[in-house]
Design a protein around this ligand. Structure first.
Ligand code: NAI
Length: 651
């Protein structure tokens, strides 16, 4: 919660409105929901209570938080009085220009104090609504995804009258709800996610119409060869063929002549085959079950005919200054769940390929397929050697070596591949003489890591040999974590956001844990009917003692940074604003120390808990004696006598 927006009003308490109200209340805001009748508002509150009870079941909030959160929400049918003291007004009424204009005309006049007036529209031009708004510089699009309680992405759409201050405030507000924000600097139909998706759907349907491929071939190729989580026809069925047709014809084609209504979809709609909800569309959906798509059906599909048009559309947004390259990729990763984003495929392409695919499609489908110079410029760049790591990033900034967990779209959840990469990276940085300190941190704004990727759990659960699989999965965690723990260089965990389950266990094998004050840590495994499998029962016990470890592991609560510091789980808590600077300063202090002596000290301390005091003392004596053979010791002593700062070389 940000103190500058105390009261939030959400107008329209339907599918989106109740979700947005819930998210705001969960973030600590006092919220008023407005709708046309008390009955609708009562139903909205019921839906919120149901959703909160699910959050409590999953351990994401405490059971007694449910009532606390609900108590922050009031309801009314009196729009004007609700808005008088609002700081933020968000509208999620029917998608109809007249209804929106009427709502905004009344709401903006009443909400004199509000600094953000945001519409959640998917398709109605921001400026058309702004014409009805008093103080249109306060007005903009704040586009949540369905369901807002679970979807992390928010697109912020800047209208031609929106002030820069409003854009910044709205970004801050959406971030205070825990959302990841991307900015759309001009109101283009479909914004980022829907625009890129519609282009992909348009071309996929065209290839089917033309008889080049079947839907199953395309879906199989996208799923099994291009890393899409769902095939495009499977997705259209899932969303609803009527809804997708409507987006292509109403949202896109009517406002942008480079798009066209997708005729193939129209024929399905006319036959009443709307996809999953009618049990039949491109696939059969018996009882709602997802279709099975054969793995080898797509082997002859040239996937670039489907992906390049999407990349081209995304590249145009960047080229025209509508969104940054980074924001486009974030939006596609979070909104469409594409792990590589869409421009991320550039590294696998050449300019010739882009030109040849687009020139063929341009001839058949028109100017929407004119190649974007920006796309040509990024694919034509000299190709860096194939990246060694995909799920982490290794950055050398001597004397610091960074390992960044790089799956922010999954809150840096740890997959088996990430474990393999962590193992390689730690050996690589340990062997690099220029690196004196290793810092492990998470990418994105929300998490260090939320632990083992839950999809791996589901794979294990659905396997016939679940017990051995689960055993070896846990053993693998321990193997890699042990390697990190035994690295002779100091390793710091830099936590900004959640460090939960395996994420906290990874931090526990580091020598130090520094966290930002907005971080939360915990071992929530018990809530799934499980116990930690990456060492927490052992390491947490050694670190904070058995009784506090039991408190953490038995209850599985999320523990705020200050409390975790008090318990001894964290070593240092710093303000979020200066987090990176503080981590660097801490690492630089370690980097000035004599590396061989540090390694010996780490070895001796780590051994202390496993051996008798006599053996430990002997070990300390031996290591300490060995240090007399190092040049660093000679340097340290000489610097001491000449009263200067020593320069340790690790020799
Ligand atoms: P909905 O039909 O579920 O809810 C709309 C609510 O607004 C209803 O409860 C209705 O009674 C209320 N309402 C209508 N006129 C009103 C007025 N004058 N004053 C107060 N309340 C009024 O619609 P949904 O799906 O929640 O959509 C709302 C907005 O969110 C639309 O602009 C839609 O384009 C957008 N949106 C929808 C998404 C979705 O997946 N459903 C995703 C993202 C945006």
């Amino acid at each position: 919660m940000s103190a500058q927006f105390g009261k939030v009003v959400v107008i329209g308490a339907g599918t989106m409105g109740h979700g947005i109200a819930q998210v705001a209340a969960m973030s600590g805001y006092s919220v008023t929901m407005v709708d046309l009748s008390d009955e609708i508002l009562r139903r909205a509150l019921e839906r919120i209570r149901w959703s909160l009870s699910k959050f409590a079941e999953w351990g994401r909030i405490r059971p007694d938080d449910v009532d606390k959160i609900i108590s922050r929400i009031s309801t009314t049918t009196d729009l004007e009085s609700a808005c008088t003291d609002a700081d933020v007004v968000i509208e999620a009424v029917f998608e109809d220009l007249k209804v929106k204009q009427d709502t905004w005309s009344r709401a903006s006049r009443a909400a004199r104090k509000a600094r953000i007036l945001g519409t959640n529209t998917s398709s109605i031009p921001i400026d058309d609504q702004a014409s009805a708004v008093e103080g249109p510089e306060r007005f903009l699009g704040i586009h949540f995804f369905n369901p807002p309680q679970l979807m992390q992405l928010v697109e912020i759409i800047v209208g031609s009258k929106t002030s820069d201050e409003t854009r910044k405030l709205a970004t801050e507000f959406a971030r205070s709800l825990g959302k990841t924000v991307v900015t759309v600097y001009r109101d283009v139909p479909g914004f980022i996610v829907s625009r890129v998706l519609t282009r992909i759907e348009e071309v996929a349907c065209h290839l089917v119409e033309k008889g080049k491929y079947t839907p199953v071939q395309i879906d199989s190729a996208l799923k099994y060869r291009a890393g899409f989580p769902m095939g495009v026809f499977e997705l259209i069925d899932y969303i609803g063929i009527d809804i997708t047709y409507n987006v292509s014809s109403k949202v896109m084609a009517e406002r942008d002549k480079t798009f066209r209504p997708i005729e193939l979809l129209k024929r399905y709609v006319e036959r009443g085959e709307l996809g999953a909800k009618t049990g039949k569309g491109f696939y059969e959906w018996p009882g709602g079950a997802r279709p099975t798509i054969p793995q080898d059906a797509g082997k002859d599909v040239d996937i670039w005919y489907i992906i390049i048009p999407g990349m081209n559309e995304a590249a145009r947004l960047v080229e025209q200054g509508i969104a940054t390259h980074e924001d486009v990729e974030t939006a596609i990763k979070l909104g469409l769940n594409l792990p590589k984003g869409v421009l991320g495929y550039a590294a696998e392409l050449t300019a010739e390929k882009v030109r040849s695919v687009l020139s063929e499609l341009r001839a058949e489908l028109g100017e929407g397929y004119d190649p974007s110079p920006y796309l040509l410029s990024i694919v034509a760049q000299p190709r860096p050697a194939a990246a060694k790591y995909e799920e982490i990033e290794v950055r050398r900034e001597p004397p610091i070596g960074w390992i960044v967990l790089n799956r922010s779209h999954r809150l840096n959840a740890i997959s088996p591949k990430m474990l393999d990469e962590l193992e390689d990276a730690i050996s690589e940085l340990a062997a690099d003489r220029a690196v004196k300190v290793i810092v492990i941190t998470g990418s994105g704004e929300r998490a260090f890591s939320v632990g083992a990727d839950i999809t791996t759990f589901s794979e294990i659960l659905s396997s016939e040999s679940k017990v051995p699989m689960a055993f070896w999965f846990s053993v693998r965690f321990n193997e890699v974590f042990r390697k990190i723990e035994r690295t002779p260089k100091p390793v710091v965990a830099a936590i900004d956001g959640y460090a939960l389950g395996g994420g906290l266990e990874l931090a526990l094998v580091c020598d130090f844990r520094i966290a930002s004050d907005r971080s939360e840590v915990g071992q929530p495994e018990i809530r799934l009917g499980l116990i930690p499998g990456g060492g927490a029962t052992q390491r947490l016990t050694r670190l904070i003692g058995p009784s506090k470890a039991k408190q953490v592991i038995f209850f599985g609560d999320r523990i705020k940074a200050d409390e975790a510091l008090r318990l001894g789980i964290l070593d240092k808590v710093v303000p979020a604003e200066s987090f990176e600077r503080e981590v660097r300063e801490f690492a630089m202090k370690l980097a000035e120390l004599p590396p061989i002596a540090l390694a010996a000290a780490k070895e001796a301390i780590n051994t202390a808990l496993n051996v008798s005091i006599d053996d430990g003392l002997r070990y300390e004596s031996s290591l300490s004696a060995l240090l007399f053979s190092t040049k660093d010791l000679a340097e340290g002593v000489s610097a001491f006598f000449s009263k200067r700062k020593p320069e340790f070389k690790g020799e």
